[in-house]
Design a protein. Structure first.
Length: 224
DNA sequence: CCCTGATTCGC
DNA sequence: GCGAATCAGG
């Protein structure tokens, strides 16, 4: 498999969206997760909350220990700089599981977006004690609505048409011919439109009104 | 052992 | 440029 523009675009979006390399590789098909990571790095994407990252080069001495057991005697690595453009803090996301055994991250709003925790039934924002002030309470849906962004989307929002103005909610699966994004105008301050904000930031419904399935952008059974 | 991303290096 | 092999941490 070669890296076509579309595949690269998908890779980018999913990578930026917080999907793991494995998920991306799986979605793209025909490539290993290593390929995805390698490509991502070659594209300039990098780092992002990587689980493996406890070692930070302290300002001190450290004789670069050569690799003990390696087929090839690798010269000491210069400096494994890693923490440069890491998001301040990932907003807690409602996690649900659809396929594997580990958590399935939702597309992550890029840096600069408000850290919304969740949306209450009445449309108020739940936030940490410290974060006192919402950018703007969007009056999200009181109850979840079936994913039906718009009766007719004349032109499907392609991967490349994404901007911070349109809803990035993925419709279908990447790689499918009709894979596209919601494309509705976003809820200001959010990566999604109002409807999909209600899905992404799973509203906490009053007891009893709990029946809709847990929809997820990526990996979910199918949302459409 | 499972997972994760990072890096290296032969191709 | 690509990605398997490897490393390293959770």
């Amino acid at each position: 498999m070669s890296w076509t523009d579309e595949r690269i675009a998908t890779l980018k979006k999913m990578w930026e969206g917080g999907a793991t390399a494995s998920q991306i590789a799986d979605e793209l098909g025909g490539v290993s997760r290593n390929a995805v990571i390698g490509k991502a790095h070659r594209l300039g994407l990098k780092s992002r909350p990587s689980p493996v990252k406890a070692n930070e080069p302290k300002k001190a001495d450290k004789a670069p220990a050569a690799r003990p057991a390696a087929k090839k005697p690798a010269p000491p690595r210069p400096a494994p700089k890693a923490a440069d453009s890491a998001p301040a803090a990932a907003p807690p996301r409602p996690a649900s599981q659809g396929s594997g055994g580990q958590s399935q991250p939702l597309p992550n709003p890029g840096p600069g977006l408000p850290k919304i925790v969740s949306v209450g039934p009445g449309g108020f924002l739940r936030q940490g004690p410290g974060d006192q002030q919402a950018p703007i309470p969007p009056a999200p849906p009181r109850r979840l609505v079936p994913a039906k962004p718009s009766p007719e989307i004349a032109d499907k929002t392609s991967l490349l048409d994404l901007s911070d103005k349109v809803c990035r909610w993925p419709m279908g699966h990447p790689g499918e011919p009709d894979f596209h994004f919601c494309g509705e105008p976003v809820n200001p301050g959010f990566p999604y439109c109002v409807e999909h904000c209600g899905r992404a930031y799973q509203a906490q419904l009053p007891r009893g009104a709990r029946r809709p399935p847990p929809p997820l952008p990526f990996g979910g059974p199918r949302v459409r």
